[in-house]
Design a protein around this ligand. Sequence first.
Ligand code: PMP
Length: 361
Amino acid sequence: MSRAFNFSPGPAMLPEPVLRQAQAEMLDWHGVGASIVELSHRGPEFIGVAAEAEADLRKLVGIPDDYAVLFLQGGATAQQALVALNFAEPGQAADYVISGHWGKTAIKQVKPYVDARIAATSEADGFRNIPDPSTWRLSDDAAYVHITANETIHGVEFRDTPKVGTVPLFADFSSSIASEPLDVSKYGLIYAGAQKNLGPVGIAVVIVRRELLERAGQPRADIFDYRSHLKGESMLNTPPTWNWYLAGLTFKWMLAEGGVQEFARRNAQKSKMLYAAIDGSGGFYRNEVDPAVRSRMNVPFFLYDEALDKAFLKESAAAGLMALKGHRALGGMRASIYNAMPVEGVQALVDFMRDFRERHG
Ligand code: PMP
């Protein structure tokens, strides 16, 4: 068996030790005679797994006690809709800063519920930038300001937390959570689908300042109510136990590797290596994002002649470098280099890119 270096944007590469542990525990979890995924979510075994996952995530990300943590289904997209139902009155203003594709999906999800306003957008610039916060048109009466911390497709990442005054800042951290230290207290709410940095697809994490849960929000079913989920310990209905368990193993792995400080170091090193290979290629490869906001997680790049794309993908796959094809909205290539991607994987990619350029340049 040989595992490739997998540059998939998500579902993404998981740490091998996590997969091995899941494999070892698959048939008989901790001697109970069954897999964890065959046990009741209300039994002591799974309750323990869930509680440990929350404690580990709190430690990993540095989540203060006055923030609640929810583990939910529906992916990041469901949270994009639910934030309006839970925190805005019907038709209330909500401000969105759009720096890529996922900011656009976020605003689309809330259109039925709020007066969704584009406070700023870099679309005219092809999402190669983040609009300067001094130019944002923020509304005093907004329920919240929403940003996408890292745009997975366009490869654009906020490098500082913007100041938005007294209106709470909500952020989609799906593709960058736990990749570096984060001051949670600057945000009202953070959400993330797990399938990039936190583990498998099928579970999403919501981190919310508890006092915001006192807002009335809008008429909604219990299952769409964050307060009810908190009261029910994220088990209002049968939760995705397997996904939650795998995420928990991934949190433990990240803590054992040195936590977010260590991942910040590795991620800085990996992204620097890759951008240097692109920028130093004499135009053979190019990344068009403003260097000040280039993503450390997702690196889109183009070959100088797109006729070479097919050969690049075929030869990279043959070299054990998987899933480098860019998103269909942009074309070209994209390397997603989340926490589970080792430095050696990026080194292998950079070596391949040099070799490919020498043969085709
Ligand atoms: N936001 C961002 C930043 C994403 O990268 C994605 C998925 N790639 C989503 C939201 C949507 O996530 P999901 O498919 O879990 O709903």
